[in-house]
Design a protein around this ligand. Structure first.
Ligand code: ADP
Ligand code: MG
Length: 702
């Protein structure tokens, strides 16, 4: 079939027409022939099995297929329409067929006393069985149709069902497409791939996915089409990466000089973990080349990303460039500033902190020294992005806790000088590597996958609300040892007022149990002014208060090593990644830390899984995997813009092996033939260019 035919409007397909075409477009996003071809079944049923009506007892609520005849048709008035029913009979008994919609239209079609094969879900009401909206096919036709033993079931919508576009209709359209248009489709993969991976060719795969002959061929077809889909996603991402490397030049930092070496030798407060060393090496390699670095550094909370950031900045300084570190909150920026100033206090390096609250005088000085080059490291918040902030020669921009910043904000830093600075984005949001590589295909990824040594793992306990007194007693005994505790309340956007009330009720009960002046309590929530929040946080950081009652605003980055208890109220209302982030606020000091998850007594299965996962493991990546399984990739941070969601047949979680394989092949091919010019890669080149031409069809490519 030529590609032009595949681009024909679906209205021209036999059995469709303009009004159905409109529905197909609005309901299923099917516009042209090819869209229909790529409208893949969601599941399959075994069509070789026929059920006896007398056996239906065991199949209530299951989908069954029965051969028999209609012996009676009735119209029953129902509210303001009519309901159509028919008695369907086989040798063993009878069942009622029911149509709530389209009664008139269907009645005309039905033939009495003629063998049919019907298919649908069996409902049981008292002792009677019925089947609403069955798929009906004359036995004669059923036998001669293209279908094999497996019947494809397509996703549908209520609107389509009401308008009588059934599974059979869709299947019929596809049959027309294959029969009238022939079944040859242009191959999109190279012979090399097809032979090596023993893949079905494209025509065969498309035929088998819609009309599988048997289970074996079906699974081969699925594999081939998933591979193809993921291969092109990866090819696109990898090419983007290559192109951006070719196009975007960066300042090469060839030298590792005295700043780096001296710090490493004399002031590094601990030995780097293996993972940290590996990541520093990766970054050094990037910075040494003359392409701009775009690297994502993933590391669980507490894995030691800050020191990697600092070492990277020192490399920029060694090459005569400035560096900046941007944090999502004032507290965090301040902590970075203080921590890094302390580490560098013996070295001749000028560092400043710039925040929204910085005084005019201070700002003016910072602006001046940035432009003269006297200031080498600038740490701050969003305030760094103001137009007035102009560097003399910014060489490296580091962004901490990436998910709080949008891409536009990242780009803003770039415009500040001629060549873009190298960019290192650090995040503690654990994204499984398989997913990360398809989400952040344009970023290189480094992972710190081990924690610094001698960390005591946080102990996590799950307690129900009725055990709150026990929890309060426990907190008290820890406070007596000089520790501090967080008590966190959930925050749901829909009802700020309610959240506030929850928080205040909680605060009052905490206050009753921990009375002043013996105990001091900080409270932080979303309705406070930023300055007040900072003030309260700071009191806790300084150890003036023992308990911090808060909504989830404390989620990001706060470092209070003396805090050893994290109590999470209504923990069943939090997502896994959020629970893990919150837990990461403790376990930063030398003492044993605890995370206590409070919840109601009755829990959904999913909540139970979440809480027991938290109790069982501290490993962020493992938690992310469970999270991904529970929620699917749709909710994961950052995936919304990535195109991962629009995959038509594959699933990045379930098909991660195929994803890895597809990525390997894409890499392999691009390494030998970056512009796809070799004759053997012609099919790939063709498919790749089609892909960019017909964005609407291959719209899973972002
Ligand atoms: P995060 O990755 O969450 O930003 P940090 O950089 O704040 O983690 O590090 C957490 C704590 O671990 C800090 O107190 C830091 O000094 C310490 N740390 C980092 N790396 C090491 C190491 N290799 N050995 C010992 N302690 C380390
Ligand atoms: Mg950090």
């Amino acid at each position: 079939m030529s590609i032009d035919i595949l681009q024909s409007s679906i209205a021209y397909l036999k059995g469709v027409g303009p009004s159905r075409a409109k529905l197909l477009a609005s309901e299923l996003n099917i516009h042209v022939f090819q869209d229909l071809l790529h409208f893949f079944p969601s599941r399959y049923i075994d069509k070789t099995k026929y059920h006896k009506i007398s056996d239906l007892q065991q199949y209530a609520d299951a989908e069954v297929q029965i051969v028999g005849q209609i012996i009676q048709i009735k119209n029953i008035p129902f509210k303001n329409t009519t309901r159509l029913t028919a008695i369907f009979k086989d040798q063993t008994g009878q069942i009622e067929l029911v149509w709530f919609q389209g009664a008139k239209w269907i009645e005309k079609e039905l033939k009495l006393h003629t063998p049919y094969v019907i298919f649908g879900k069996v409902k049981r009401f008292q002792q009677k069985f019925s089947m609403p909206h069955p798929e009906m096919e004359l036995l004669e036709k059923h036998a001669s149709s293209l279908k094999g033993s497996m019947q494809a079931i397509y996703p549908s919508t209520t609107k389509l069902q009401n308008r009588n576009i059934s599974n059979k209709t869709i299947s019929g359209m596809l049959q027309n497409l294959f029969l009238t248009q022939g079944v040859h489709f242009k191959e999109t993969l190279s012979l090399d791939i097809l032979n090596n991976q023993k893949l079905l060719d494209r025509s065969e795969a498309l035929l088998q996915i819609h009309f599988p002959k048997n289970v074996n061929l079906l699974s081969k077809a699925q594999f081939r089409l998933k591979f193809e889909e993921l291969f092109y996603v990866q090819l696109q991402l990898l090419r983007k990466n290559i192109i951006s490397k070719q196009k975007i030049k960066g300042y090469p930092f060839p030298q590792i000089g005295t700043f780096f070496n001296r710090f490493y030798k004399d002031y590094l407060p601990f030995e780097l973990t293996k993972a940290q060393k590996r990541v520093v090496k990766e970054i050094r390699k990037d910075l040494g080349s003359n392409a701009q670095m775009n690297r994502l550094l993933q590391g669980d909370v507490g894995s030691g990303k800050t020191i990697v950031a600092l070492l990277s900045m020192l490399i920029a300084l060694d090459n005569g460039f400035q560096a900046t570190l941007m944090a999502p909150t004032a507290i965090l920026a301040k902590q970075h500033f203080e921590g890094i100033s302390e580490l560098l206090k013996e070295m001749p390096i000028k560092i400043a902190l710039l925040m929204g609250s910085s005084k005019t005088k201070e700002r003016r000085l910072i602006h001046e020294e940035l432009q003269s080059g006297a200031l080498q490291i600038l740490i701050g918040t969003h305030a760094l992005l103001e137009d007035k902030v102009q560097f003399k020669n910014l060489g490296l921009a580091i962004i901490d806790e990436q998910h709080r910043f949008g891409v536009a904000q990242r780009a803003k830093l770039w415009r500040k000088n001629q060549l873009p600075p190298h960019v290192l984005v650090m995040t503690a949001t654990p994204i499984p590597r398989t997913l990360a590589m398809s989400v952040y295909g344009d970023l290189d990824i480094s992972v710190i996958d081990t924690l610094p040594p001698n960390r005591k793992p946080i102990q996590t306990l799950h307690k129900t609300d009725s055990q709150r007194l026990w929890v309060f007693n426990f907190i008290r005994s820890e406070i007596e040892k000089g520790r501090q505790a967080y008590i966190v309340y959930p925050l749901i956007k829909e009802s700020e007022a309610l959240d506030y009330k929850d928080l205040m009720d909680g605060f009052e009960s905490v206050e009753r149990y921990f009375p002043k002046p013996k105990y001091q309590i900080s409270i932080v929530h979303g309705q406070m002014k930023p300055a007040d929040k900072d003030f309260e946080m700071q009191r806790f950081v300084n150890g003036e208060t023992q308990i911090m009652v808060a909504t989830t605003v404390i989620e990001v980055g706060v470092n209070v090593p003396n805090a050893s208890i994290m109590v999470i109220e209504s923990s069943e209302r939090f997502g896994l990644s959020q629970l893990h982030q919150l837990r990461g606020r403790v376990g930063r000091g030398a003492s044993q830390s605890y995370c206590i998850l409070l919840s109601g007594f009755k829990l959904s299965q999913e909540s139970k899984t979440r809480l027991s996962t938290m109790v069982q493991t501290n490993d962020g990546f493992q938690i992310a995997e469970v999270d991904l399984k529970l929620r699917g990739p749709g909710d994961l941070m950052g995936t919304q813009q990535s195109g991962v969601l629009q995959l038509k047949i594959s699933d990045v979680v379930r098909d991660r092996d195929i994803l890895a394989l597809a990525r390997q092949w894409a890499k392999h091919i691009l390494s030998k033939d970056p512009n796809l010019e070799l004759p053997e890669n012609a099919p790939i080149k063709w498919a790749y260019s089609e892909l960019s031409k017909h964005k609407n069809i291959w719209n899973y490519i972002s």
